[in-house]
Design a binder for this molecule. Structure first.
Ligand code: GLU
Length: 322
């Protein structure tokens, strides 16, 4: 039985880029008669808003994307909301700590804001960590802890020089194990990082297949290291190309209103949005209105293009039915 998931962060309105990944993850799971899990990734509480979580669920339902387990309906692996899962993260941190894989880091707070949310590309995370605090003596650590709360970093083992995995959409991948250096698993303010939370939750929820945007491809090696360190089985991964604005950057607010709520308010029908996405995904040759359910049987991941899409004004007009 395959188990897929969609894991939105309720820090903004869901837009077509989010729905693109949600639809493909849902189709992959439903096509295989699997179970689909919805998890709310609100670990970075200050950035997230409960009303946006509600809105995300409403948007998905409106588009005909359903789930078997989730924050609103519960399930065997509840809770499905990260802000309620602190004890799972604490247990994982304990285990890493016992295995000598964590160390306190007293370096600048610059990383503090970035690490809890899913990083959208290594470049957005700043330079690779050079390992300044890797070898501090216990006395030195104690002295510094009295002055400043440290973040916790995962110590990348020297036995790994590179990490390879097969990506179901992007093909064979190889990364230098230390590409980003030892990475933060808990911020100085106590909030656990995206990398840790996503691994702990996907494993605890029995997820077998993670399909998500290409911007998280370079997070996967770090997640694989955590699976290994925690002796947890890793899922299969598929990273699908991103929808981008005309400037070649990941679709965002500045590219105009592509939010589902906005499209809905403008009178665009769900079948129109799904049909538009299905065409992009190579599932249909021509644009036609379709329901998500109609795409399940014939779904083929290998038909999804591997190059990113530029959503220019013509594409937007088609989406907006102008
Ligand atoms: N919550 C993450 C995001 O919204 C996605 C995490 C994942 O799919 O691994 O970017």
């Amino acid at each position: 039985m395959i188990r897929g998931r969609f894991a939105p962060t309720p820090s903004g309105l869901m837009h077509i880029g989010n729905i693109w990944a949600a639809l493909l993850a849902w189709l992959q799971t439903r096509h295989a008669n699997g179970q689909f899990v919805l998890r709310m990734e609100d670990i970075d509480k200050p950035r997230c808003r409960p009303e946006l979580a509600e809105q995300a669920l409403a948007d998905l339902r409106w588009l005909g994307i359903d789930w078997d387990e989730g924050p609103d309906i519960g399930g065997p692996f509840a809770p499905y909301t990260q802000s309620e899962r602190d004890e799972w993260y604490a247990a994982a941190l304990d285990r890493l700590e016992q295995n000598g894989l964590l160390y306190p880091c007293f370096c600048s707070r610059a990383e503090l804001l970035a690490v809890a949310s899913a990083p959208h590309g290594l470049s957005e995370e700043g330079p690779a960590y050079g390992g300044t605090c890797r070898c501090l003596s216990p006395e030195e650590q104690k002295k510094r802890k009295a002055i400043k709360a440290p973040s916790l970093r995962f110590r990348i083992g020297e036995d790994h020089s590179s990490i390879s995995f097969h990506d179901e959409a992007a093909g064979k991948q190889t990364f230098a194990a230390d590409a980003g250096g030892d990475f933060v698993v808990r911020r100085a303010d106590g909030i656990v990082s995206y990398q840790l939370a996503v691994v702990v939750d996907d494993a605890a929820m029995g997820i077998t297949d993670v399909l998500r945007g290409y911007d998280l491809l370079d997070s996967t090696p770090r997640q694989l290291m955590l699976y290994e360190a925690l002796s947890l089985p890793a899922p299969r991964f598929a990273h699908v190309p991103l929808l981008m604005g005309e400037d070649g950057k990941r679709l965002a607010k500045r590219h105009g209103d592509t939010s589902i709520a906005g499209l809905r308010a403008a009178g665009v029908a769900p079948a129109h949005i799904i049909g538009w996405l299905a065409r992009l995904a190579g599932q249909t040759d021509v644009f036609k209105p379709l329901s998500a359910a109609e795409l399940v049987q014939g779904f083929r991941l290998d038909l999804v293009p591997t190059e990113p899409f530029i959503i220019d004004s013509t594409a937007m007009k088609q989406l907006m039915r102008i």
